[in-house]
Ligand binder design. Structure first.
Ligand code: ZN
Length: 282
């Protein structure tokens, strides 16, 4: 799909076409602008907000804070599970120079909150790293001790799982994308075939979801990013950082330069962006 068709598709979803004037491809560095020097994937798991804000100032990177959100069956240092908890979190961030996000967990998180409470968020991210095991039970792939079976069969289920998440959930940015569990990580190039990458990208395009370029995991690799750029996807930078690792965007910036990304390739909450929780139904 060409950029023009993507823009038409984005319009059909009610998203703004994001045609703001910027330097032409290859000209001035678009990442001078703080709006594009943003780490949308910052966790407060091991620190309070204040020291994190100090890092944001020091590193000249704007932060998007993402608390985990979903049912209490999801085990994290903190999980927002109802409107009262979400509103307390939003109140804690109110007036601070950060974006207010959540990292959604499992596929039933939307049911924890009213639409009105969700509308208080700037954006929602998710990943596919918690996946059903063969019995359908949720499995954190990065902690999995069970046998994940044959790599090809796993990959097919994993790609299906990504597509299911995109289809069901109002997500703005898909993060940690193309990450593989330890037994398969060394075969990244072979396992992420073009057809698998294309299925993921097609899903993101269809639902108007941006792709994170993760400095935390140094993923996705260039071939996937190239295909995503050709498809007209928007990109967002992230670290999955816990204190003090947030805002270290070296990989994201380097790959953005290699891909010659411009402002119009970047996810932004400005310019009339319509949030997924406002344009999607579930
Ligand atoms: Zn995260």
């Amino acid at each position: 799909m060409k950029r023009r068709e993507f823009i038409a598709g984005a319009l059909a979803f009610g998203a703004a076409p994001l045609m703001a004037a910027g330097p032409a491809r290859g000209q001035a560095d678009p990442f001078e602008d703080e709006r594009f020097r943003t780490d949308y994937h910052v966790h407060l798991d091991n620190s309070s907000l204040e020291p994190v804000l100090e890092l944001s100032r020091e590193r000249h990177v704007k932060f998007g804070i993402v608390e985990h959100a979903g049912t209490k069956e999801n085990i994290y240092p903190k999980v927002l599970s109802n409107d009262a908890e979400l509103k307390a979190y939003l109140a804690m961030l109110a007036g601070k120079p950060v974006y207010k996000g959540v990292q959604a967990e499992w596929t039933d998180w939307m049911g924890c909150f009213s639409k009105e409470a969700l509308a208080g968020l700037d954006y929602v991210i998710t990943d596919a790293m918690t996946m059903p095991d063969k019995a359908g039970k949720r499995m954190k792939l990065w902690e999995a001790t069970e046998d994940l079976g044959d790599a090809q069969a796993f990959m097919d289920r994993y790609v299906d799982w990504h597509v299911e998440i995109m289809t069901l959930e109002p997500i703005d940015i898909f993060v940690n994308l193309s990450w593989l569990p330890a037994p398969f990580a060394d075969d990244y190039e072979a396992l992420w075939t073009e057809s698998r990458m294309t299925r993921i990208i097609d899903g993101l395009v269809k639902h108007g979801i941006a792709m994170e370029i993760s400095s935390g995991f140094e993923l996705p690799k260039l071939p996937l990013l190239h295909l995503a750029r050709e498809a007209g996807l928007k990109f967002a930078f992230g670290t999955n950082g816990r204190y003090p690792k947030m805002g270290l965007l070296d990989y994201s910036m380097r790959l953005a330069k290699e891909l010659a990304l411009t402002r119009e390739d970047m996810f932004t909450l400005d310019d009339g962006y319509v949030k997924a929780v406002e344009r999607r139904s579930w």
